[in-house]
Write a protein that binds this ligand. Structure first.
Ligand code: C2E
Ligand code: MG
Ligand code: MG
Ligand code: MG
Length: 286
C-alpha cells in the first residue's frame, strides 16, 4: 500500500508529500479507503467490458467485466492498485457485490437491445477474500434473479489463491455455482499454486493462460513450451482455454494453431463501457 500511495500521489502531482513517513502512508491509506467506500456507495465506479474472441473466427464469445475507478480529483486508478486496498479493508465485499449486480444488469440490457439472447457471456472476477467471506452462490443468484438472467450467461473467474485457503469450502462453493449454470474459469493460470491436484477435484471449465506466458511468446521458446503444456493439460482434462494479453495478429494465429480456443487482448479491444462494448459486438459479430 505504500507503493499504492506513492503511485497515486505521483499521478495527482503530490509526490513531495510522500518522501515519506509511514504516518503519511497510513493516513493516505485511510483516505483511500474512505474514498473507495464512498465511490462504491455513490456509484462512482464503472464496470467496463473487454471482449474475449474465438481465435479461429475472431467472433466475440464473451466479455470480461473489469472495474474502473476515477477518483474525485480526476485520477484514473488501475484495479491492480485499488483491488488490493479493497481486499485488505474488506471493501472487496461491497465492490464484488456491485460488480455482480452491474454485470447482471448489463446482460439484461444487452438482451433487451438485441430482442433476445445477445449471444455472449459476461465474466466476473471473484477475489479469494470474497470467496472466503461472502456467501457467493446466494449473492450471485440474487443478482441474476433480480435481472432475470440465466446463470448460463455468466462466467466466474477465480484465481488459484482462492483454492489454497480452504479447499473443501471452495469445492462446495464451486459446485453450487455450477448448479446455477455458470462457467468457472481459473484466471492467471500458471502463476499461482503449483499443486495441480485441484484440477481434477474442482469443476473447472476453462483455464485462462496468464499474459506473462503469452506476451513475448513468439521470441521465447520456454514460454511456448509452457503454453503448449497448459494447452495439452486442458485438453486432456476436457477444459477450454483462453489466452490473455494477445496484442498481435501473429500471436492470435500461433495460439489458434497450437489449439487454444479463445483469446483476449488489446488486439481485439481494451475494456469498453457498456454501450461501446455492445456496439463493438454488433460490428464484429455481424
Ligand atoms: P485479470 O482478471 O487477469 O484481467 C485481465 C487484465 O489484463 C485487465 O487488467 C486487462 O485490461 C489486462 N489486459 C487485457 N488484455 C491485455 C493486453 O493485450 N495487454 C496488456 N498489457 N494487458 C491486457 P485490469 O483491468 O487493469 O485488471 C487487473 C486485475 O484486477 C484483473 O486481472 C483482476 O484480477 C482484477 N480486477 C479487475 N476488476 C475486478 C473486479 O471487478 N473484481 C475483482 N475481484 N478483481 C478485479
Ligand atoms: Mg480475470
Ligand atoms: Mg486474467
Ligand atoms: Mg491477469
Amino acid at each position: 500500500n505504500a507503493q499504492f500511495a506513492v503511485k497515486r500521489a505521483k499521478k495527482s502531482g503530490r509526490t513531495e508529500i510522500y518522501q515519506t513517513h509511514t504516518f503519511d502512508i497510513a493516513r493516505e491509506q485511510f483516505g483511500i479507503e474512505t474514498e473507495l467506500r464512498r465511490a462504491i456507495e455513490n456509484g462512482q465506479m464503472t464496470l467496463c467490458y473487454q471482449p474475449i474472441c474465438d481465435l479461429a473466427s475472431g467472433r466475440i464469445t464473451s466479455f470480461e467485466a473489469l472495474a474502473r475507478w476515477t477518483t474525485e480529483d480526476g485520477v484514473r486508478l488501475s484495479p491492480n492498485d485499488f483491488i488490493p486496498v479493497a481486499e485488505e479493508s474488506g471493501l472487496i465485499i461491497p465492490l464484488g457485490r456491485w460488480a455482480m449486480e452491474e454485470a447482471a444488469q448489463t446482460i439484461a440490457a444487452w438482451d433487451r437491445t438485441a430482442g433476445g439472447d445477445c449471444g455472449v457471456k459476461v465474466a466476473v472476477n471473484l477475489s479469494a477474500i470474497q470467496l472466503q467471506r461472502d456467501h457467493i452462490p446466494a449473492m450471485v443468484k440474487n443478482a441474476l434473479d433480480r435481472h432475470g438472467v440465466d446463470g448460463r450467461r455468466l462466467t466466474l473467474e477465480l484465481t488459484e489463491s482462492a483454492i489454497v485457503t480452504d479447499p473443501d469450502r471452495i469445492a462446495q462453493t464451486m459446485n453450487a455455482l455450477k448448479d446455477l449454470g455458470a462457467t468457472l474459469a481459473m484466471d492467471d493460470f500458471g502463476t499461482g499454486y503449483s499443486n495441480l491436484a485441484y484440477l481434477q477435484k474442482l469443476p473447472i471449465d476453462l483455464l485462462k493462460i496468464d499474459r506473462s506466458f503469452v506476451s513475448g511468446m513468439l521470441a521465447d521458446r520456454d514460454k511456448v513450451a509452457i503454453v503448449r503444456a497448459i494447452l495439452s493439460l486442458a485438453q486432456a482434462l476436457g477444459m477450454q482455454t483462453t489466452a490473455e494479453g494477445i496484442e498481435t495478429n501473429e500471436l492470435a494465429q500461433t495460439l489458434a494453431a497450437l489449439g487454444c480456443t479463445y483469446g483476449q487482448g488489446f488486439l481485439y479491444s481494451r475494456a469498453l463501457e457498456r454501450d461501446d462494448a455492445y456496439q463493438l459486438l454488433t460490428e464484429r459479430n455481424a
